[in-house]
Design a protein around this ligand. Structure first.
Ligand SMILES: C[S@@+](CC[C@H](N)C(=O)[O-])C[C@H]1O[C@@H](n2cnc3c(N)ncnc32)[C@H](O)[C@@H]1O
Length: 238
């Protein structure tokens, strides 16, 4: 089992005694978050509340694969974190190329390592840096081929305090800035957002004459988050 670097930013907690007391609830969830946790998954502390749990990441990957237009062959994960979604997209096998962008070098190291555990590290093109400038540099003119998935930071865990989360207050990127920056690169956008996000704000971004679909992703009957699908996704629903 490969050990993480010794600088202390990346962890491979294999026993409960090593795990930080204040985050104990995540210890009990570890195998729901990563099925292969015990094979040596690497995490940063922030990643525990940011990562997409594996069953949800797999479901999202399946939904995008089934519903995206056939001519879309490139999947971009703009905010890869420690790899929860990027790994699921690569395992799904629908895409000619999966690109994963991440600006935090520690999270990116975790993502690459975790992808190795799942046997898909070579199926993902990893890029360290700001997704907005990197996608612009690499993908200008390829809009027709791209599905862009974004699981941005939500500004911490306080979103859960509100009955309806105001997406204009999401930090550091609110819905408006995310949509206006990312819709330049793809007409098929999927945003992973808090479960209590304001749907009225979301529908304002429906492309002209088109629907926006929103799906809640649940574990044990409770919604963990929602995905909003902007563009020509076809779920066979009327
Ligand atoms: C919610 S987490 C993503 C979690 C990821 N889906 C997973 O399953 O691990 C958001 C990530 O976006 C990264 N990030 C924030 N701004 C960014 C930017 N401009 N470009 C690339 N990554 C960014 C953060 O470092 C953080 O790791």
């Amino acid at each position: 089992m490969e050990e993480p670097p010794e600088d202390g930013h990346i962890h491979q907690w294999l026993s409960q005694d090593e795990f930080p007391e204040r985050m104990k609830k995540y210890w009990w969830q570890r195998q729901r978050i990563w099925d292969r946790y015990d094979q040596g998954v690497w995490m940063t502390e922030d990643a525990w509340f940011e990562v997409t749990p594996e069953p949800i990441a797999n479901k999202i990957a399946a939904h995008i694969a089934e519903s995206a237009p056939k001519e879309k062959t490139i999947l971009i994960d703009a905010f890869a974190g420690v790899g929860g979604n990027a790994i699921a997209f690569a395992r799904q096998g629908r895409w000619d190329q999966v690109f994963a962008f991440e600006k935090n070098p520690d999270a990116l190291k975790c993502a690459k390592h975790n992808a190795e555990i799942y046997g898909v590290d070579k199926k993902i093109v990893w890029a360290k840096g700001d997704c907005f400038s990197e996608i612009y540099k690499r993908f200008s003119g390829q809009k027709a081929k791209i599905v862009l998935f974004a699981s941005p930071p939500w500004g911490g865990i306080s979103y859960g305090d509100d009955q309806v989360f105001d997406l204009s207050k999401m930090e550091p990127y609110n819905l408006d800035s995310l949509y206006s920056k990312l819709s330049r690169f793809s007409s098929s956008l999927v945003f992973y957002l808090p479960r209590n996000s304001d749907l009225n704000q979301i529908t304002r971004y429906a492309p002209k004459g088109k629907k926006v679909e929103a799906a809640h992703y649940c574990i044990r009957g409770a919604s963990k988050a929602m995905c909003v699908y902007f563009g020509d996704f076809d779920f066979g629903l009327e």
